[in-house]
Ligand binder design. Structure first.
Ligand code: SF4
Length: 370
């Protein structure tokens, strides 16, 4: 496993991923050493296929690799076909309780379903779903949340062992699938509490080899949800646990994808395109670091070349940080020193800094293009 440092060089990661078996979700391989997948979920009314497809397009542009869509009723299940046929990324149907919705979603061509088979009382109905998933080569994700424990697990464990009850619930659902000889399984066990989630995944990870979808459920609004998700997911990934990530935010799903990639990028698990390193500014700052950094970040968002761009406010830490980046500026009075791959290559007026950095980034991206 490799990590890009701020110099653009790769180094060994201090953590290794745990071994899981690979499962295909459509053409996407999850687990088995494949890069950690970033997924999200649409927030439109699924019955409005045009609105859902528009959101899927926005997610594709943000780099989302797998999209889940809620299927609350038959009209929603029937609307999936329109999206599935046009989506460039695999679509997973999120189904609860009603096996007919799962069957309909599979008929519409989804790559996978999220379904807890133990919630369907009649085993013949579960069998029908599993047979259909097998025929269509679709995967099934068992997804247990702290709020959706199985009755037996909820009764067996005390309130302070929710993590164990989540794992037990998940294993109950999985064993139903295994008895039907279905192995294209992914699992998640999420709570809105970081410690509970981490405990649950640690236990689950030592019990199974199926790929694990990780995240903190109901994490909150944009800021809190991003922080809580980053903390929880980073603890798990630093222990090698996790094959797919969903950041659950009460915000645009595009933000979920952006935050997901930022977490993976910070851990060195995925290269995410240019990274803007900037100082927090202080009383010594001599240029408008925040404006310049924001502008450079905005205008490099669509690039995929992994580059480090430093925007630093003064000569204290500026030259050191700018020298380590691929391209950087160390601010001075109304101007700054421009660094490129560790060397000073000139002076730039503050008014020209954004365009100068962008031009350098463009050239470097061209050089590094395959
Ligand atoms: S680089 Fe300079 S301006 Fe920026 S935080 Fe450090 S001391 Fe302050």
């Amino acid at each position: 496993m490799k990590l890009r440092g701020n110099t653009g060089k790769v180094q060994e990661l201090p953590w290794r991923r745990r071994k899981t078996v690979p499962v295909m979700v459509g053409p996407l391989r999850v687990g088995g050493g494949a890069p950690v997948v970033v997924e999200s979920m649409t927030k439109t009314d699924t019955r409005d296929a045009a609105a859902t497809l528009k959101q899927v397009r926005a997610l594709e542009r943000a780099g989302c690799e797998l999209v889940r869509i809620a299927v609350p009723d038959m009209a929603a299940a029937r609307a999936l076909g329109h999206v599935v046929q046009r989506s460039r990324i695999p679509v997973v149907a999120d189904v609860h309780f009603d096996h007919r919705l799962a069957l309909a979603a599979l008929e519409e061509g989804v790559a996978g379903i999220r379904l807890n088979p133990g919630n369907i009382a009649d085993r013949r109905k579960v069998e029908a779903v599993v047979r259909s998933a097998q025929e269509k080569r679709a995967s099934i994700r068992v997804g247990v949340n702290a709020g959706s424990l199985s009755k037996t697990a909820a009764a067996r464990f005390a309130d302070n062992a929710v993590h164990e009850a989540m794992v037990e619930s998940a294993l109950e659902h999985v064993s139903i699938l295994e008895k039907l000889d279905f192995r294209d399984v992914l699992i998640s066990v999420k709570s809105s509490d970081v410690a509970t989630t981490v405990r649950a995944y640690r236990t689950l990870s030592s019990a199974v080899r199926y790929p694990l979808h990780v995240g903190i459920t109901e994490a909150g609004t944009l800021l809190r949800g991003s922080v809580v998700s980053a903390v929880g997911v980073a603890v798990l990934l630093s222990e090698g646990i996790g094959d797919a990530v969903r950041v659950s935010l009460a915000a645009s799903p595009v933000k979920e994808v952006e935050v997901g990639f930022l977490i993976l990028g910070a851990l060195g698990l995925r290269e995410t395109g240019p990274v803007v390193i900037c100082c927090p500014t202080c009383g010594r700052c001599e240029i408008d670091v925040q404006r310049i950094a924001r502008e450079v970040e905005r205008r490099t968002r669509s690039l995929r070349t992994p580059l480090a761009i430093a925007v630093m406010g003064c000569g204290v830490n500026g030259p050191g940080e700018a020298r380590q980046a691929d391209v950087g500026i160390a601010g001075g009075k109304g101007e700054g020193l421009l660094f490129s791959r560790g060397r000073i290559v000139g002076k730039v007026r503050e008014a020209d800094m954004v365009e100068t950095l962008l031009e350098r980034v463009r050239l470097m991206a061209e050089e590094e293009a395959p």
